[in-house]
Design a protein around this ligand. Structure first.
Ligand code: SAM
Length: 347
């Protein structure tokens, strides 16, 4: 029995189904992009031209798709975009998503959100009340002028810092603050971010720049690798490694010699973690992406609008999980840029 279920990409774990790919990885983490619109034009992500085209599904359709995923074994849903706080109806979606796993096995769904934080100050409490568990805020500089140059939106830093504080007050913590580092661009922010983590009580996570941008900025030299980042942090205070919370955790965790402040380092380029990848993505137009660097979309929504029932959609999801790539090929001669940029995948 167990073998035949496994060959269908699904396993029983107690009462709970689990999606397993052909490399034996359990797929438990779904990222749902609820819009590909964004109110920032971060220079390392977007071209600066606002496309008139964007794609969003009705809230009820994201909910149906998410329910099928949760029934198949998804334990964590992260809402993203584009900028998810631009999406009308977001608190309603969160309220319904929060109930999904309880209906399957009585456990609460881990329901997180990644945002640029610009609109967070006014929304944090209502998102928490709707059932959001925690929030990650993207912020690539703590110097207000540098930040505005990156986002191309004046006054953005103070809005985001207020958003972070509102999220902390609302109980959406521990708030994680993600900073994408690019050489010659914001590397002077490393030590200021270490101080920010300590002063504001947030977990600051540095992320290596990946070739997912709309323009062609990425080169191997633009990435600041882990050993260099640690050396730079150590000029401020000695860093101390912390134990991982889970095997599939993407961040290496550090604190300082006085135990104050937590820093995460996410190094998909210099120390890839594909072997433990538990993620799958749904784009805002309802396509499944099995890897950030996939060359293909898998059109789940197309099946849905053509009238697929839940069982057909579940079968399509299982078959798609089977196709999940072993790893990315960043920096290798055979690397191909993915068929979508980050803003149209959902980070
Ligand atoms: N608008 C939301 C936000 O700002 O968090 C969600 C979408 S955004 C695409 C998600 C994350 O992807 C952000 O933390 C952003 O910094 C990151 N990101 C965008 N392009 C990236 C790249 N080329 N390499 C690494 N991270 C990138």
């Amino acid at each position: 029995m167990a073998a035949s279920l496994t060959s269908l990409g699904i396993e029983e774990n107690g009462n709970r189904s689990r999606l397993i790919d052909k490399y034996g990885r359990a797929i438990t983490d779904l990222r749902v992009s609820v819009t590909d619109r964004c109110n920032y034009k971060c220079v390392y992500c977007r071209t600066g031209n606002d496309g008139a085209q964007y794609s969003e599904l009705p809230i009820a359709d994201y909910l149906r798709i998410a329910r099928i995923f949760v029934e198949l074994g998804i334990e964590k849903v992260r809402l993203t975009g584009g900028e998810p706080l631009l999406r009308r109806g977001l608190p309603d979606l969160i309220g319904e998503l929060a109930k999904l796993r309880t209906a399957v096995d009585g456990e609460p769904l881990d329901l997180a959100l990644t945002t640029n934080g610009h609109l967070l100050a006014d929304m944090a409490q209502s998102l928490k009340d709707a059932g959001l568990t925690r929030v990650t805020v993207s912020m690539d500089a703590v110097d207000p002028d540098t930040f505005a140059r990156i986002t191309r939106v004046p006054g953005s830093f103070h809005k985001v810092r207020e958003g972070i504080r509102a999220a902390q007050r609302a109980g959406l913590g521990p708030v994680k603050v993600n900073c994408v580092l690019l050489r010659g661009f914001n590397e002077d922010q490393i030590v200021p971010f270490a101080k920010f983590a300590r002063d504001e009580g947030v977990i600051v996570r540095f992320i290596e720049f990946m070739p997912l941008e709309e323009d062609r900025l990425w080169t191997p030299a633009s990435v600041i690798p882990v050993h260099e980042l640690i050396a730079r942090l150590s000029t401020f205070r000695s860093v101390v490694r912390l134990e991982a919370n889970a095997l599939s955790e993407t961040a290496q965790r550090y604190t300082f010699d006085d135990g104050i402040g937590e820093i995460g380092i996410i190094a998909p380029v210099s120390q890839a973690f594909c072997g433990h990848c538990s993620r799958i993505r749904l784009t805002s137009d309802g396509k499944i992406r099995t890897c950030l660097f996939s060359q293909f979309d898998h059109d789940l929504y197309g099946r849905m609008v053509r009238g697929a029932d839940d069982e057909e959609m579940a079968a399509f999801i299982r078959a798609t999980v089977e196709k999940k790539e072993a790893r990315h090929h960043i920096g290798e001669p055979d690397f191909l840029k993915p068929s979508r940029s980050m803003v149209h995948i959902g980070g």
